[in-house]
Design a protein around this ligand. Structure first.
Ligand SMILES: [Zn+2]
Length: 295
């Protein structure tokens, strides 16, 4: 939480517990019990070591009746490639056991865009990553990965719609929504700005960890108003893994080696992201309260 948001919440007396609803630490490669809330079933979450480990939701783009982009190389659609990549990332993260992971879909099923980020919000996710594969039918030379983050703070209209949709028991950025719609707009706007900063920070980390291993486009960080990126309180990126219309990229994202390398780069970036956050909050604690035992 930024200092600005913390101060505002303190002034408004709205600060919540900030608890992400984490499970207790468990065994690596272990999937926890089925999840559910008042809105219905939720995907399984893998266990991880430590107390309240962070939770990453990986979203394999498309699925079911929405096949995504077709590839002219091999009889395959984007929805199958994104699912295989997402599973590889989940398995790699679960194997190392430093973060918990859930997939928005773990089969060939259709999921509306809003439901994808709502799954992340309902689970109390700390990071949301939507996996896709690009296509440029008129330029088969286009290749490389791209990371998208949200282009602008959600308009007041979108924030108002979200506030209207939530019931009063819901939380935004760790704070309880207020009965006052004007206050809610400010809360949602502040949470969204903070999420956008964290999303951009994660985009830079992912590029740093992955660019030495697989190719990115020269303009590797782009901004767009993708619906799946609009959770106001969960840092979110959309990862275009490569071009299905480019023969080299299409072969790479479908190959076991490509999947392994993408999963490895993603895992290292995710672990670095949370390690950084942990160090930051620990040093802030020390600044505020002095070293442990003295504060
Ligand atoms: Zn896509």
């Amino acid at each position: 939480m930024t200092w600005l948001l913390s101060i505002l919440l303190a002034v408004l007396g709205l600060a919540g517990s900030g608890d992400g609803g984490g499970q207790s630490g468990g065994v690596t490669m272990n999937v926890g019990p089925p999840q559910a809330d008042s809105r219905g079933p939720l995907p399984a979450v893998t266990r991880a070591r430590g107390e309240n480990p962070p939770l990453v939701v990986i979203d394999p783009g498309h699925g079911g009746q929405d096949p995504g982009a077709p590839s002219p190389f091999g009889n395959v659609h984007e929805k199958d490639i994104t699912l295989a990549l997402a599973r590889a990332i989940r398995d790699d993260l679960a194997r190392f056991g430093r973060v918990r992971v859930a997939l928005t879909r773990d089969g060939d099923t259709y999921l509306p865009l809003e439901q994808r980020y709502e799954v992340a919000r309902r689970l109390g996710a700390d990071l949301f990553i939507s996996i896709h594969a690009d296509a440029a039918p008129l330029n088969d030379q286009a290749r490389g990965a791209t990371i998208y983050t949200l282009s602008e703070v959600a308009s007041d209209r979108e924030a108002a719609l979200l506030a209207a949709r939530e019931n009063e028991a819901d939380l935004i950025g760790g704070a309880r929504l207020s009965p006052d719609p004007g206050v809610n707009l400010i809360l949602i706007d502040l949470a969204q700005r903070e999420s956008m900063d964290r999303s951009a920070e994660f985009a830079r980390l992912l590029y740093r960890e992955a660019a030495p291993v697989f190719p990115f486009r020269p303009d590797w960080h782009r901004f767009a108003a993708f619906v799946v990126l609009k959770a106001p309180d969960v840092p979110s990126i959309l990862f275009e893994s490569g071009y299905l219309t480019n023969q080299v990229d299409a072969a790479y994202v479908q190959s076991p080696q490509g999947r392994r390398q993408i999963a490895d780069g993603m895992r290292r970036a995710i672990e670095a992201h949370f390690a950084r956050r942990f160090i930051r909050s620990a040093s802030r604690e020390t600044r505020l309260h002095g070293p442990a035992g003295l504060g």
